[in-house]
Design a protein around this ligand. Structure first.
Ligand code: GDP
Ligand code: IMO
Ligand code: MG
Length: 423
């Protein structure tokens, strides 16, 4: 058995795509288990940059079987566009399977995502407006449409008509929006169905057999711990489970079949969308990190909010996902920044808080307690061995692992596939 889960351990965009692409070189199967095209995973390989939203980042390795698991929500038009884009760039996409149980994002989900955000006014979540939340809502309400339904022309037509009628009531009567006609998208979706049919499969036995056969299987997380519907900064979260536990329900694999769990972190913190962010930097340093680190969303292009590394979050991720190791990316972005701060705990009134709080009111009242470490000015982007890193870089990395309680097993010094140090 050789199974490894890779999750985002902060608020998403930690560089999971890069880590998956590196690990996929030695993997036979790469599986996505949750989220949808709200994810944007950047892979830089052979001088080309790929932004993947739905297709697992293992696709660039032609020998890797890529699976979109049952827990993913699939926008069929977006997926087909992504496949076309990959094929145009010479990437072989035959090795992709999509689980028949995966839920389908429908045009009314996109409309509702926009209208619901608008209705929230100042309390909006800052969603990606890709219809993710409304699609998971339908899944929980048990009126969702799955890939197996889309492939059944009659059943799909019936469900799509009934749902559109019901959603139009919500769209017009609750949110004051324009109704959508089912006929405006029905044929388009039925065409998508035929294009997706060759990829559709019950992936759960495929995966189980691969694991049993001792194949190297990699589970690619999307989003991050603090965007988890249960464990994140609710309600400023996504509607799925990015923590490692989500892999089990999202792929149909049992927890005893997971061996390793790597949490990807940035050497600082970023977040897109709204909600409290204790170590956020609203000054020049934050601006510098955003510019140097090119911190703009891969999906929506929004500027990412930037702040110091938060070890309270790191510890929380280690605990809630049972992390066996940390992949620490973007150390190169901190070069030349001067002294660096790491948040070791929060102060709330007179109390010191070491655990990430459940209540957002409490979190918003938390003030970070900082430890200051010396920075470095050396260019580290060309370094490939840990021992050769400047002393202050190693000190920073080792302090992070000490505070988080898990070993840093990979160190990122640039966006490229090769700009990664294994420890
Ligand atoms: P993901 O959603 O977790 O896959 O991350 P994104 O792709 O949204 O954002 C991470 C960004 O950081 C991408 O532009 C990556 O190319 C880039 N990146 C990843 N690791 C490193 C690193 O070690 N150094 C630098 N400079 N960039 C990195
Ligand atoms: P990757 O996989 C960062 C955020 C959105 C918003 C909240 C809810 O690239 O790390 P949603 O559209 O999911 O209902 O939005 O979640 N969000 C992400 N932030 N990286 C992501 O994915 C994200 N996916 C969703 O910005 O705050
Ligand atoms: Mg991303």
């Amino acid at each position: 058995m050789s199974t490894k889960v890779v999750i985002g351990a902060q608020w998403g965009d930690e560089g999971k795509g890069k880590i998956i692409d590196i690990l996929a070189q030695q993997s036979e199967v790469v599986v996505r288990s949750q989220g949808g095209n709200n994810a944007g995973h950047t892979v830089e390989a052979d001088g080309k940059q790929y932004k993947l939203h739905l297709v697992p980042s293992g696709i660039l390795n032609p020998r890797t079987l890529c699976i979109i698991g049952n827990g993913v929500v699939v926008d069929p038009g977006v997926l087909l566009e992504e496949l076309d884009m990959l094929q145009e760039q010479g990437v072989d996409t035959h090795n992709l399977k999509i689980d028949l149980r995966a839920h389908i994002i429908m045009p009314y989900h996109l409309i509702l995502d926009g209208l619901m955000e608008q209705a929230r006014g100042n309390s909006d979540i800052g969603t990606t407006k890709k219809g993710i939340g409304p699609c998971y809502m339908d899944k929980a309400e048990r009126i969702g449409i799955r890939l197996c339904d889309l492939l059944d022309r009659e059943l799909f037509t019936e469900k799509a008509r009934a749902n559109t009628e019901f959603k139009n009531q919500l769209i017009t009567k609750i949110y004051g929006g324009e109704p959508i006609s089912c006929d405006s998208f029905l044929e388009e979706y039925l065409t998508y169905a035929e294009r997706l049919r060759p990829y559709a499969a019950d992936t759960t036995p495929v995966l189980y057999e691969a694991v049993q056969a001792g194949k190297k299987v990699l589970f690619e997380g999307a989003q991050g711990t603090l965007l988890d519907l249960d464990l994140g900064t609710y309600p400023y979260v996504t509607s799925s489970h990015p923590v490692s536990g989500g892999v089990c329900v999202g792929t149909g694999i049992g927890p005893t079949l997971i061996e390793e769990c790597v949490g990807v972190m940035k050497a600082y913190t970023t977040r897109v969308g709204k909600g409290p962010f204790p170590t956020e930097l609203l000054d020049e340093t934050g601006e510098k990190i955003r510019t140097v680190g090119n911190e703009f969303g891969a999906t929506t292009g929004r500027p990412r909010r930037c702040g110091w590394f938060d070890a309270v979050i790191g510890r929380f991720s280690v605990r809630t996902s049972g992390l066996t190791g940390i992949a620490l990316n973007k150390l190169d972005t901190l070069t030349g920044l001067g002294a660096l701060k790491i948040c070791t705990g929060y102060k709330m009134g007179r109390n010191v808080i070491k655990d990430f709080p459940a209540s957002l009111t409490e979190l918003a009242a938390c003030e970070p307690i900082y430890e200051v470490l010396p920075g470095w000015d050396e260019d580290i982007t060309g370094i490939r061995r840990y021992e050769l890193l400047p002393e202050n870089v190693k000190r920073y990395v080792e302090r992070i692992e000490e505070l988080c309680g898990a070993k840093v097993i990979m160190v990122g010094v640039g966006p490229g596939r090769e700009q990664n140090i294994l420890r």
